[in-house]
Structure formats: structure tokens, C-alpha cells
Design a protein around this ligand. Structure first.
Ligand code: EPZ
Length: 450
């Protein structure tokens, strides 16, 4: 993790702004789950690939898109840029043949930091981009200095004025120039921004210390389907040879490894056997390794099908790291599981500076967790007790739902807008597996009391 203090504008309060944000999930714990769950397309792929469609002067199609709020928000940003979108079933057609502007609107970018990734494709396509700084969020300051420095290396003039990143390509032909870039930190977003920008640059670009997440490789495969020349994506060194233009592509997004990991933890915490598909086991290596260490049996039942068989839970130690290390996006969910595992385990969060806020809420449910800086020492307890809790960010909300499945009595999880941003109907899928839960949205006549 880069050493970034939490910026004052970071919205730590997460005060709900409207009724949707006051929705609550009422969960009655102790009920077993059973059956098979379908894993949706990967959120963090879909968001990057939607930005990548800006690179193409023709229509593209993305399939297996998850249905969640952040995807809708990215769609709004693209529409504001002049991209025409048409959605049918889980397929989205994107037509960026005639972009109307290079200015991404602040009110939309501020709601979805991933929309900052449009800066690379806009600059590559039009030679100019005006994108608001995304600002911080509950888990950290989320700076974009690595994106900016990389774009400057590719020949862009970048200045920040009044919270807006102004990027312009120097030079007469308005085209970025290939460069050798070393990332101080293997940032997923910076790797994706720079890889996309480099696809249309003049010459060769080498990105060293690149992020290796599967979503980076998925974006590279989509860009290659559009005619980009990229090799090494998924390793720490990516080489891009720029081409004058890209062409249409029809591409299916990989399954969501974090949703899959979340359901594997659901199986373990509810002590219930579950089958998940489609999954790509290679994308789940650290998650599967830690679950097996904790006593869970996981067997492959086909190329993209896994069966999880619960066992006596025992504690383990976890340190979040860039891929192929243990994913920070699975940290909160594992903390919920370790809260009821035999023994003492340590969880160290090294990627984001403020991603342990679910500790206080799990403690309200009877968990025995002590915080020391970025380390959480988790001593397993026999059972959690249901309680009203507040979700503080996307993965924390999932962790609290999982804890509610195992808790004695009723848990009420508020702050569902976090959950709906990142999961495709998680509550509906859990209910279909046998969980006893219901979503309660307040009305004037019937405010949600907790
Ligand atoms: C992506 O965020 C994911 N989001 C995150 O998923 C995920 O947690 C994260 O990668 C790490 O895997 C999307 O893909 C949309 P980073 P990103 O740049 O790209 C620092 C979820 O729950 N940094 O790899 O923003 C940064 O502050 C979300 O689905 C800089 O210092 O993550 C952080 O400490 C949450 N300067 C670290 O790098 C920069 O210019 C990792 O951030 C960029 C990042």
C-alpha cells in the first residue's frame, strides 16, 4: 500500500442519502444452505471493459455483464460522453463511433471512482480528456498519481485544476507516444488505464511492475479482440505495440472471482455444501488455499464447477497483497468466517489504509477481534449473536450478511447501497439457496426500525 493519509474529503460517514440507502436486510441465522449458485460476470472486469469500448470507433458487444449499480453508473458516464448503449439480457452493445465530448461529468465520476479509467481511452482516441479526480471513499484516499505519471510518460500534458484532471496530448499528430513505464505499486486501475492508452499510441509501451489481476488479463483479451497488440497481461510486465485504430469485437466477461469467493465463504460459515458455477479455479488460488487451510474441502466437478464441503473451522493467518497474493476484496468476508473458527488468526490489510471498519460491526455481533494498526487479531468464538449492524463499504456489507447467516437470532444489515453496488442480487441468490432473509425498504408509513 502506498503511504496515503485519508483525505479530508473522504466520505467516512457514509450517511445514507435516500430511501434506497436506508434499505435493510433482515437475516435469521442458523439456517443451512443447499444447492447450486450461478456466478455472475466480474464487476471489476465489466467496469474496465466498458471504459475500453471507448477505444473502438465501431460498435462492440460485451456479454455476461453483471446486473449491479456500478455497471449502471458506468453506463451513465459513457452516455454522457456520447457512447450509445443498448442492453438486452446480459449483453451490452456499446457504440463509441461518435463521442460528443471528452469531459466526464463530475456528479457521475464522483459516484463511481472506476469511471476515472475513461481517461486513458479518451486521451488515446481524441488526444484530450477532462476527467474529475474520483476522490476518496470509505476504504481510503484512492489517489491516481500512478495513472497521471504514466500518461505523462506516454506524452500527455497533465495538470489538475479545481479537482479536474486536464490531459492533452502534446505534438502535432495528437497521438500518444509509446514509453517504458515502471509502476511504483502494481495498481490495477493504473495498469488498466495505461494499457488502454498505449493500444493507440505511436510505438511500443512497456509497463513494468504491472498489476497481474485476472481482470487486467480480461481487459487485455478484450482489447486484443478489437485488434490491439498486447502481450504479457496477467504478468508483471505488459508490452503494447500501438496500432492506428481498433475494430469491433463481441466479448464475454470472465466470472466474478470475488463473488465466487464470497459464496465459498457462505458455504463454510453456514456449514453447508454448495456448488458454484461458472468459476475459473485458477483465479481463486489464494482463496481456495486459505479455505482448505481452514478445514473446508473443495472439489472440482467440471472445468468451471466447484463443490464446497464444510468441515470443522480452524483459524489461519491472512495478509492481503496484490495478485497473485490474497485479495483485499476477500478480506472482510474471511474475517467473518474466522470470527467463528477454532483458535486465533491474524488478518493484515496491506492494500488499502482504511479497510478494517467492519471489525467494529462484527464485534457488535459478539466477535472477539482486536485491532492493532493494519492488523486484526481474531479469536474464534463458538457463535455470533444477531444484531443491528451498518455496512461501511462494499465488501464489509457482504461480510456482515455472511455473519448474519451464522449468527444466533436476527441480524439487520443497513447500508445496502454498498452491497447493491458490487453484487448481482446477492440476497436473492442466498435466499434461493435456503437462507432466511428479506430486504426491507422503508416507506413513510413504515420506517425501518432497527
Ligand atoms: C481495483 O481498485 C478494484 N476496483 C478494487 O475493487 C480492488 O480492491 C483493487 O483494485 C485492488 O485489487 C476495480 O477494479 C473497479 P489499485 P483500484 O489502484 O484500481 C494505491 C471492490 O471491492 N494507488 O490497485 O482503485 C491505492 O491507494 C473494489 O470490488 C496509488 O497510490 O486499486 C491503494 O492503496 C474495491 N496511486 C493501492 O494502490 C494510484 O495512482 C491499490 O489500488 C493508484 C493506486
Amino acid at each position: 500500500m502506498k503511504d496515503t493519509a485519508i483525505s479530508p474529503q473522504t466520505n467516512l460517514s457514509n450517511a445514507p442519502a435516500d430511501e434506497e440507502e436506508l434499505s435493510a436486510l433482515h437475516i435469521w441465522g442458523g439456517h443451512p444452505l443447499s444447492g447450486e449458485v450461478t456466478i455472475s460476470g466480474a464487476k471489476n472486469s465489466a467496469l474496465a471493459l466498458m471504459a475500453g469500448a471507448i477505444l473502438c470507433p465501431q460498435q462492440c458487444r460485451l456479454r455476461n455483464l453483471p446486473d449491479l449499480v456500478d455497471i449502471q453508473r458506468m453506463g451513465d458516464v459513457l452516455k454522457a460522453l456520447g457512447v450509445k448503449l443498448h442492453c438486452e439480457a446480459a449483453a451490452l452493445t456499446l457504440d463509441a463511433s461518435s463521442l460528443s465530448t471528452s469531459k466526464a461529468p463530475y456528479d457521475l465520476v464522483s459516484q463511481l471512482r472506476a469511471s476515472f479509467f475513461v481517461i486513458g481511452p479518451l486521451l488515446a482516441r481524441q488526444g484530450v480528456a477532462r476527467v474529475p479526480l474520483p476522490g476518496g471513499c470509505a476504504i481510503g484516499a484512492r489517489p491516481v498519481d500512478l495513472h497521471v505519471r504514466g500518461l505523462q510518460a506516454l506524452g500527455a500534458e497533465v495538470r489538475i485544476e479545481h479537482g479536474i484532471v486536464h490531459a492533452d496530448v502534446k505534438g502535432r499528430d495528437g497521438r500518444l507516444r509509446g514509453a517504458k513505464i515502471y509502476l511504483d505499486y502494481p495498481s490495477v486501475g493504473a495498469t488498466e488505464t495505461l494499457m488502454m492508452a498505449a493500444t493507440l499510441a505511436d510505438g511500443e509501451t512497456i509497463i513494468e511492475n504491472a498489476a497481474q489481476e485476472p481482470e487486467v488479463a480480461d481487459l487485455a483479451n478484450f482489447c486484443r479482440a478489437m485488434g490491439a497488440k498486447i502481450r504479457g497481461a496477467g504478468t508483471n510486465t505488459i508490452v503494447v505495440v500501438g496500432v492506428p485504430s481498433l475494430h469491433t469485437a463481441d466479448y464475454s466477461i470472465i466470472p466474478d472471482r470475488i463473488e465466487a469467493g464470497t459464496f465459498l465463504v457462505a458455504s463454510a460459515i453456514a456449514r453447508s455444501e454448495l456448488v458454484l458455477s461458472p468459476v475459473i479455479p485458477d483465479h481463486l488460488t489464494p482463496t481456495l488455499a486459505k479455505l482448505r487451510e481452514m478445514g473446508i474441502k473443495i472439489v472440482a466437478e467440471g472445468p468451471q464447477r466447484l463443490r464446497a464441503i464444510p468441515g470443522e473451522l480452524r483459524a489461519t493467518d491472512i495478509e492481503t497483497l496484490p495478485y497473485p497474493g490474497f485479495p483485499t476484496d476477500m478480506q472482510a468476508q474471511f474475517m467473518a468466517l474466522m470470527a467463528i473458527s477454532e483458535g486465533v488468526g491474524t488478518i493484515t490489510e496491506t492494500v488499502f489504509e482504511n479497510r478494517l471498519r467492519h471489525v467494529a460491526e462484527l464485534t457488535r455481533m459478539g466477535a472477539d477481534i482486536r485491532l492493532k494498526g493494519q492488523n486484526a487479531i481474531v479469536r474464534g468464538v463458538p457463535v455470533l449473536s444477531g444484531a443491528p449492524v451498518l455496512a461501511t463499504d462494499l465488501r464489509a456489507s457482504a461480510a456482515l450478511v455472511l455473519a448474519g447467516l451464522a449468527a444466533e437470532g436476527k441480524t439487520v444489515v443497513k447500508g445496502l447501497h454498498h452491497l447493491d453496488r458490487g453484487y448481482d442480487k446477492l440476497d436473492v441468490k442466498l435466499r434461493q439457496l435456503g437462507a432466511q432473509l428479506e430486504r426491507v425498504t422503508p416507506t413513510a408509513a413504515n420506517p425501518v426500525t432497527v
